[in-house]
Design a protein around this ligand. Structure first.
Ligand code: ASP
Length: 404
């Protein structure tokens, strides 16, 4: 089931209505919050089985470890390069807008907890699940990817005897796509329940002093999308930008409303396959990986936040510190989970890498939901652009099919 134009229009209209309802009804609009929670649960419950089934089928039908290596290398290179560019754009825009100069807000109590991050080796080892069923039940995406790729490749190696298992996963994957399609129809209701309460939460008095930070994040996100993703999609995939952005519009709005790229994953998968023609084999690998490790919006935010906090405290950043910020922000965006507010937690890592006061986090934490809306949309668009680029340079896009 393709996302029909009228559903997209409904989603846009509901978004506007949610804002208006939030303004009119004020705090009492909280009563519709359960609708948003219901939608979140609906899209979350299919993630683990969805990734498992579509990746097993994807890799069982290729069965070519060389291609797997190539797709993996291209994807990771794309993710790293674009994330590095994203922090840089964030830093440059923030220096131009100077969000932290001349503002007067009291430093809130440092409600900051520094997250202990595992070492690199432990993180890499952790991709191998102790127990695949635990990985599935806890929704550990990287571990599910690992397990699914192995099952897929082994199915091909086993041959005839594994055919029933292949057919099982093939049917199961179809069922997951169908469920996603059904859930998409309640998206407008979900968006209403998610967006309206947020409008109430952020009155003008909270937003006004930090309006330049919001502006800097928004502009940097826009520049990144307009220049970097558009250029990549145009150069490698040669599809029209209109088609790319329109095709990804439902996922972008769901990301904006849920602030979770992992939660948006079923919609991102569906949009890239059905609207952009990315083969399942590629989208079901590139997108779950991206929802876990590729967060360009989060990287942009780290860049802007560092400059803002430095300016607020009157600190100068040396070239070496800026380079450290680029490197650590890329790592932070890789380490951030695709859930609401993950970026603000990872900011602790970036600030401490350049010895800046962690209390600065409390300054931006108050408006995090707004910033998260921008960064999550960029995060999923980054993943989608990667899937298009990798597909175009591997098996090609199913553009004929899509054009039908
Ligand atoms: N909410 C973002 C995401 O899910 C992560 C972040 O907080 O930056 O992609």
């Amino acid at each position: 089931m393709r996302i029909k134009g009228n559903l997209l229009a409904q989603i846009f209209i509901v978004f506007g209505i949610a804002i208006i309802l939030g303004i009119i009804f004020g705090p009492s609009i909280e009563v519709i919050k359960p609708l948003g929670d219901m939608f979140l649960r609906l899209i979350k419950f299919i993630i683990a089985p969805f990734i498992l089934a579509s990746l097993v089928v994807g890799f069982a039908s290729t069965g070519d470890p060389k291609q797997l290596g190539r797709i993996g290398a291209k994807t990771i290179t794309y993710y790293l390069v674009t994330s590095g560019i994203a922090v840089t754009i964030g830093l440059v825009v923030a220096f131009m807008i100077s969000p932290g100069k001349g503002i007067n807000i009291s430093t809130p109590e440092a409600a900051t907890q520094v997250n202990e991050t595992d070492g690199v080796i432990a993180t890499l080892l952790n991709i191998i699940p102790d127990n695949p069923f635990t990985a599935l039940s806890s929704g550990n995406i990287l571990q599910i990817i690992f397990f699914a790729i192995f099952v897929g490749i082994a199915i091909t190696l086993v041959g005839e005897k594994a055919k029933p298992v292949y057919r099982f996963f093939e049917g199961f994957a179809e069922i997951m796509y169908k469920i996603t399609g059904i859930i998409m129809w309640v998206t407008p209701i979900g968006i209403l329940g998610l967006v309206a309460p947020v409008v109430v939460q952020y009155g003008i008095s909270v937003l006004l002093p930090l309006v330049k930070v919001i502006l800097a994040v928004a502009i940097a996100c826009l520049l990144h999308v307009v220049f970097i993703y558009s250029m990549a999609v145009k150069t490698f995939a040669k599809i029209s930008l209109m088609k790319f952005f329109k095709g990804m519009a439902p996922a972008s709005i769901v990301a904006l409303s849920t602030c979770s790229s992992a939660g948006t994953l079923p919609v991102t998968l569906k949009n890239t396959q059905e609207n952009l023609g990315v083969p399942r084999k590629i989208s079901s690998f590139v997108l779950p990986l991206g929802a876990t490790i590729n967060m360009d919006g989060t990287a942009i935010y780290q860049g802007v936040a560092v400059v803002f906090i430095a300016q607020f405290y009157g600190l100068e950043l040396s070239v070496l510190q800026l380079l450290t910020v680029v490197l650590i922000a890329v790592l932070a965006s890789i380490g951030a989970a695709g859930v609401p507010g993950a970026g603000v937690i990872m900011l602790a890592m970036v600030l401490s890498s350049v010895n800046m006061p962690l209390e600065g986090i409390a300054l931006v934490a108050g408006i995090d939901r707004i910033l998260d809306m921008f960064r999550t949309s960029v995060n999923i668009l980054g993943d989608a652009s990667a899937s298009v680029v990798v597909a175009a340079t591997e098996d090609g896009l199913w553009t004929d099919d899509v054009n039908k």
